[in-house]
Design a protein around this ligand. Structure first.
Ligand SMILES: [Mg+2]
Length: 412
């Protein structure tokens, strides 16, 4: 027991993970026969989408290859490369154990939160694809089955005239009528012309009026046709956030997102509890340990974990379980390629409190070309019945849009 514990926490330990697995098997008896498959390689390729998507592939000696995705960001491919020795030779069906093992193995390098958790998330998503393919079940089945056949998707909207309330309303109407979405989001941390010094986080009265006008114009334009949320990107002081939330209460917004900086949960709680405007927070917190406090303190009305950043599919499921104890819905933040978006759809269908998944790439033009399947149709994702994530990566599209200097995945 102590040998396992110490070796997991000692970066210089000489034990291979294969040896640790053997010990685990001996002590717990949890790994039976008939599951004889090993991970042989882990590869990454970055694709230049509207964010630099980090695609991850896990290869096995069964000839099955799983595809995952980690949230974008510097250092993620390097961290995945660093973790490769910790998973090669391991059984890809033991998703939970491998996830916890990576968290423990990387704890000295920062796996409590941040980019290391993001890198682990990418591997974890790929493991669900591998396991589903080996067991011949869709990934949602690994998570407990379905609550719904389709996942609602909300479209993050932009216009070049982001500060013009009428232009925002025009774009909202276009996205609803022409693209078929019934759920939208607009940025509210846009210039109003009234700013004096944005560093102090205080909103002047003119700024509040301008933001309320954007909310009014957009919500009135698509009233009864779409739900609309508004994102503030952690910009304002607690007092200003309360004044803004109060000013838009009359417009029935879907939610107001991240009105205050993310570090101080007490301020977040104060804002949320002082308005009837629903407040959504969560995309830059990591693992259930961090999201738990937001939820338990009732500092959020809707929680917004980012699956390929927060810890992966099962970690998102755990967050949703805690949220469900407090009757809090889950609206998954998402700026990913179709890979992690589909992973979110599998998780979303497996939890009762799923509200929607974000889509952040409607201006890109080739988002769906990354895979052979249709992904979003009329604002919804039909959760596939094919094994794993149910996607086939289009390697020609990957190659066409690879970040300069990247290498294409090996064939299966
Ligand atoms: Mg946001």
């Amino acid at each position: 027991m102590s040998r396992n514990y110490e070796s997991l926490h000692d970066p210089n330990a000489e034990y291979t993970m294969r040896e640790l697995s053997a010990e685990t098997m001996e002590t717990t008896g949890t790994r039976g026969g008939g599951r004889d498959v090993e991970i042989t390689d882990v590869q990454t390729t970055m694709v230049d989408g509207n964010f630099p998507w980090t695609l991850v592939r896990v290869y096995t000696d069964a000839g099955v290859v799983g595809t995952g995705e980690a949230y974008w960001g510097a250092g993620v491919p390097e961290l995945i490369e660093r973790m490769k020795p910790f998973v090669i030779g391991e059984n890809p069906l033991d998703i939970d154990r491998l996830y916890e093992h990576l968290i423990q193995k990387m704890s000295g390098e920062g796996s409590v939160e941040g980019v290391t958790v993001t890198a682990i998330s990418g591997i974890e998503v790929a493991l669900h694809d591998v396991a589903g393919k080996i067991l011949d079940v869709p990934a949602y089945q690994l998570l407990g089955g379905k609550y719904r056949d389709e996942m609602r998707v909300y479209c993050d909207c932009h216009t070049e005239e982001e500060a013009d309330p009428e232009a925002c309303a025009d774009e909202a109407e276009r996205v609803v009528d022409e693209l078929g979405y019934d759920a939208l989001k607009f940025d509210l941390d846009v210039p109003s012309g009234f700013e004096k010094d944005r560093a102090n986080r205080h909103l002047r009265p003119g700024e509040i009026r301008h933001k309320a006008e954007i909310v009014e114009k957009v919500t009135e334009r698509v009233k009864d046709k779409a739900d609309v949320s508004f994102d503030c990107h952690w910009t304002f002081s607690g007092g200003s956030a309360k004044r803004l939330a109060d000013a838009i209460e009359e417009y029935d917004v879907w939610w107001l997102e991240d009105p205050v900086p993310p570090e101080n949960l007490e301020v977040q709680e104060e804002v949320t509890k002082n308005t009837t405007t629903p407040i959504t927070v969560g995309e830059n917190r990591y693992r259930v340990t961090e999201l738990r406090r937001l939820i338990e303190n009732q500092a959020v009305d809707i929680v917004a974990p980012d699956l390929p950043k927060v810890g992966g599919m099962r970690e998102t499921r755990k967050i949703a379980d805690v949220a469900n104890q407090y009757y809090v819905p889950v609206a998954m933040h998402n700026v990913a390629s179709p890979v992690a978006t589909m992973a979110a759809a599998h998780v979303g269908t497996s939890i009762p409190n799923s509200l929607a998944i974000e889509y952040h790439s409607y201006e890109l033009g080739w988002w769906e070309d990354l895979v052979e399947e249709d992904v979003i149709e009329d604002g919804y994702i039909e959760v596939p019945e094919k094994p794993g994530l149910g996607l086939t990566l289009d390697l020609d599209t990957v190659e066409e849009h690879m970040v300069e200097g990247e290498t294409l995945f090996d064939e299966a």
